[in-house]
Design a protein around this ligand. Structure first.
Ligand code: ADP
Ligand code: MG
Length: 210
């Protein structure tokens, strides 16, 4: 079993959105069974999952005091991929969760505030000795700051080659427990998520052989 942790100390960066979307993308690509773990007391991912009618991915509330054994149980139950959503700003929780990551995804909006805030997340990830990939999320079309963000982030580490654009379907699809792939399978948003999953899955496997 591989574990992806989605972290950024900035709220609203897209952690929960990407956790749900990538979990569904991984299932669709045959990389499942996937289990989602929510470590955010706000429980946005749990609320989304509770609205779902599809049987996959699986979901569990994270047991922060026994995370390693919870993951071992999931692995024993046949789970191939675990995706963990984290809260913003709660450094202790994030540090604890990062410890179990094979790969850390850091969603970042291409805005000056988000870019300035990314340093504290990077420090946490580097202190834990984990590999990370930035995902630019919520980009506006034809905005120069997207390119500038990619260049700035690349000073810290790998930037996913797929940018996720700002589109209402990312928010609206999650209202009733779905994802863009399930609402508009042939839409641009679905294409971005599937391309992002392919990249992330390559990064995960690279890590395994490294
Ligand atoms: N690419 C996107 N396009 C449109 N809305 C988005 C996008 N990514 C996230 N959102 C919306 O932005 C808000 C914050 O996203 P969320 O995933 O909850 O961030 P976080 O978990 O990092 O706090 C939510 O309302 C979500 O629906
Ligand atoms: Mg969230």
């Amino acid at each position: 079993m591989k574990t992806i942790v989605i972290a950024s100390q900035k709220g609203g960066a897209g952690k929960t959105t990407l956790a749900g979307h990538l979990a569904v993308a991984a299932e669709q690509a045959g990389a499942g069974p996937v289990a989602l773990l929510d470590t955010d007391p706000q429980g946005s991912l749990a609320a989304w999952w509770n609205e779902r009618t599809a049987e996959t991915p699986a979901f569990a509330h994270a047991d922060l005091s026994g995370l390693a054994s919870q993951l071992a149980e999931l692995e024993a139950a046949g789970v191939q991929l675990c995706i963990i959503d984290t809260p913003p700003a709660v450094t202790v929780t994030i540090r604890q969760v990062l410890a179990v990551a094979d790969l850390v995804l850091i969603p970042t909006r291409p805005s000056p505030h988000d870019l300035r805030a990314v340093g504290s997340t990077v420090q946490l990830v580097e202190a834990g000795g984990k590999r990370m990939v930035f995902v630019i999320n919520g980009a506006a079309h034809r905005a120069r700051i997207t390119t500038e963000a990619a260049i700035a982030l690349s000073q810290h580490g790998a930037v996913a080659p797929t940018v996720v654009y700002q589109r209402t379907d990312f928010a609206s699809s999650m209202i009733d427990g779905r994802t863009v792939q399930e609402l508009y399978a042939n839409g641009r948003s679905a294409g971005e998520i599937s391309a992002l999953w392919q990249y992330v899955s390559t990064q995960l496997n690279k890590h395994a052989s490294a």
